[in-house]
Design a protein around this ligand. Structure first.
Ligand code: PMP
Length: 362
């Protein structure tokens, strides 16, 4: 077996133990004589998986009884429309912090269905940093403040969440969900496409607080209402059975490996090592995010002297077993995506490769 170090931004690397467990019980799930993907979503086998996955999300994140955990289809992108549709009534509006593609998309979709105000944007600086608190123009009457905790394409991450008074957060945590512990109290709604830190593509985790659920509109098609999915325990229609099952395994892995505090410790080590290598390269590798406070510990975006050199780096790295390092097609360059499942050893080996590459080609 030859597994590479997989730096894909999502779908992305999953813990090998998880893949092995899935493989081992794929044909006959816990003596049921069938695979979990052949079982009824209303049967006892899958129901146990669903309930346990919900409980694990709550336990790991410290979400109390006032939060509902939902597993929805449509990707994180559906949430860009579904959230404002549900939460905003005529005359109401939400604030948005524009920090890149996924925030921009969320703003565009929200404007189709409701009123969206941009509280701050760093677009004029090519999203190379996050807005500072003193730059936020917040509406105290906003129903919620939407922001993206980690900007997968631009390599920025909020390390201190914006202060928004009593206005609840709606947060897109698609690319850093459970990367580290956080206080859930200010969050009215969190959503995350699973395909980075949580499992395979196909399910979106939505965690919604009761007061937000209560204010959701009723005059919407059933599939687009959070209430439908909360009332029916994510089984109004057939839920994405397989991704939920794999997420269950990933969350068990997370718990077994020390939970969010331990994830943070390893993620900080990985990020510190990679950023110090970049900063110590004398400009050979350049981090695109100038403000150290804004740097992401999930997606590290790098430029080199020329596009040809970047191409050579990506190709040589792939040949050496480091795959998926190409930057997003909209920005180019190099991107090192190192979610929870990427071990510290992966980054240690990558930085050794980077130093060697610089010596040979610098
Ligand atoms: N938000 C963020 C932060 C993302 O990184 C992505 C995908 N890379 C999305 C939203 C869109 O996710 P999906 O493809 O699941 O709709």
């Amino acid at each position: 077996m030859s597994r590479v170090y997989n730096f894909n931004p999502g779908p992305s690397t999953l813990p090998l133990e998880v893949l092995e467990e899935v493989k081992a019980e794929f044909i006959d799930f816990k003596g049921s004589g069938m695979s979990i993907i052949e079982s009824s979503h209303r049967g006892k086998e899958f129901d146990a998986v669903l309930q346990e996955t919900k409980a694990l999300v709550k336990k790991l994140g410290g979400f109390g009884e006032d939060y509902s955990v939902l597993f929805l289809g449509g990707g994180a992108s559906l949430q860009f429309a579904m959230i404002p549709m549900n939460l905003l009534k005529p005359g109401e509006s939400a604030d948005f912090i524009n920090t890149g593609t996924w925030a921009t998309n969320a703003i565009k979709q929200a404007k189709i269905v409701a009123a969206a105000k941009v509280a701050a944007s760093t677009e004029s600086e090519d999203f190379t940093r996050l807005p500072r608190q003193d730059e936020l123009v917040l509406d105290p009457k906003a129903v919620y403040l939407h922001f993206v905790s980690n900007n997968t394409i631009r390599g920025t991450q909020f390390h201190t969440f914006p202060a928004a008074g009593k206005v609840p957060y709606v947060c897109d945590m698609s690319s850093d969900m459970f990367w580290a512990p956080f206080d859930p109290a200010p969050f009215g709604l969190i959503f995350a496409g699973a395909q980075k830190n949580l499992g395979p593509a196909g399910v979106t985790l939505v965690i919604i607080r009761k007061d937000m659920l209560d204010r959701c509109r009723d005059d919407l098609p059933a599939m687009l209402k959070f209430k439908t999915h909360a009332d029916k325990d994510s089984c109004y229609n057939t839920p994405p059975v397989f991704p939920i099952y794999v997420m269950n395994k990933v969350l068990h892995w997370l718990e077994k490996n020390g939970g969010l505090a331990s994830m943070r410790e390893t993620n900080m080590k990985k990020g510190t090592l990679l950023y110090s290598t970049i900063d110590g390269s004398g400009g050979y590798f350049r981090g695109t995010v100038k403000d150290p406070e804004s740097r992401s510990f999930m997606n590290v975006t790098i430029r080199m002297g020329s596009e040809d050199l970047e191409k050579k780096f990506i190709a040589d790295a792939a040949a050496a077993g480091f795959k998926g390092l190409k930057g997003h097609r909209s920005v180019g360059g190099i991107r090192v995506s190192m979610y929870n499942a990427m071990p510290l050893a992966g980054i240690e080996k990558l930085v050794a490769f980077m130093k060697e590459f610089q010596k040979k080609n610098g």
